[in-house]
Design a protein around this ligand. Structure first.
Ligand SMILES: N[C@@H](CCC(=O)N[C@@H](CS)C(=O)NCC(=O)O)C(=O)O
Length: 230
């Protein structure tokens, strides 16, 4: 049995990604939950950025969700979650990078912005990001779908989904919704909400709304909130 441990916080979308990958691949693992508001001393020794998720596999420690997910896919190749064809692998990485560097920052910035003008500006940017994902991503790559790159979920789906599980928070605090003309994105979300790895790792709408209150009222002061405010 693989000796896998994941250090996680159930509030964290990045950690949920990795739990989804472990679930999707059918891997058994020990889950170590930490409180991000009161991080244990041992955690700072294993997590150089002070962030979850962190994976421990035998003697190795690996961090950064996108890196952990590819590591798991390579170390346990039974049920691959990256395409095999090099061009398709490159395309999957392009979208994982886009999600991490465009979608995620604007997701947080919409919540963190405190004045109306900035909230409007970042909400417009997030809307443009979703339209780009609809037209450049789903429309060109998913074929008959229903997943990002076809009929099976891959690492792109598992990278993006945890943020859409939390999208209700943006609607609740800022009135931001998925644009009406992003129908593929909405259908993708409907399918992902029912996907077994999503169901196995899900938290409720109320849980997320409560958890992001400090982001929305401007009092969040963790590493992520400070970085995303920049
Ligand atoms: N780029 C990182 C981001 C991970 C991240 O931001 N995790 C947050 C929780 S969602 C965290 O641990 N933040 C520590 C803090 O806010 O103090 C990854 O993909 O793993």
């Amino acid at each position: 049995m693989p000796n896998l441990q994941i250090i996680s916080a159930n509030v964290c979308p990045y950690a949920q990604r990795t739990r989804m990958v472990l679930h999707e691949k059918g891997l058994k693992f020990d889950l170590v939950e930490i409180d991000l508001k009161d991080k244990p001393d041992w955690f700072l020794e294993v997590s150089p950025y002070g962030k979850v998720p962190v994976l421990r596999h035998n003697e190795r420690t690996i961090y950064e969700s996108a890196v952990i997910n590819e590591y798991l896919d390579e170390a346990f190749p039974d049920h691959l979650l990256m395409p095999v064809d090099p061009a398709a692998r490159a395309m999957a990485r392009i979208w994982i990078d886009y999600i991490n560097n465009q979608f995620c920052p604007f997701f947080y910035k919409v919540l963190l912005a405190q004045d109306g003008e900035t909230q409007k500006e970042v909400a417009e940017k997030l809307t443009a990001v979703m339209k780009f994902m609809e037209n450049e991503g789903l429309k060109k790559l998913q074929g008959k779908g229903p997943y990002w790159m076809g009929e099976n979920p891959n690492l792109v789906d598992l990278t993006l989904y945890p943020f859409f599980e939390r999208f209700v928070v943006l609607e609740h605090y800022r009135g931001v919704v998925i644009p009406k003309d992003c129908q593929r994105l909405s259908r993708w979300l409907d399918v992902m909400l029912k996907h077994p790895a999503s169901v196995a790792t899900a938290n409720t709408k109320e849980f997320h709304i409560n958890n992001y209150q400090k982001y929305a009222d401007g009092s969040a002061n963790g590493v992520t909130a400070r970085e995303m405010r920049k």
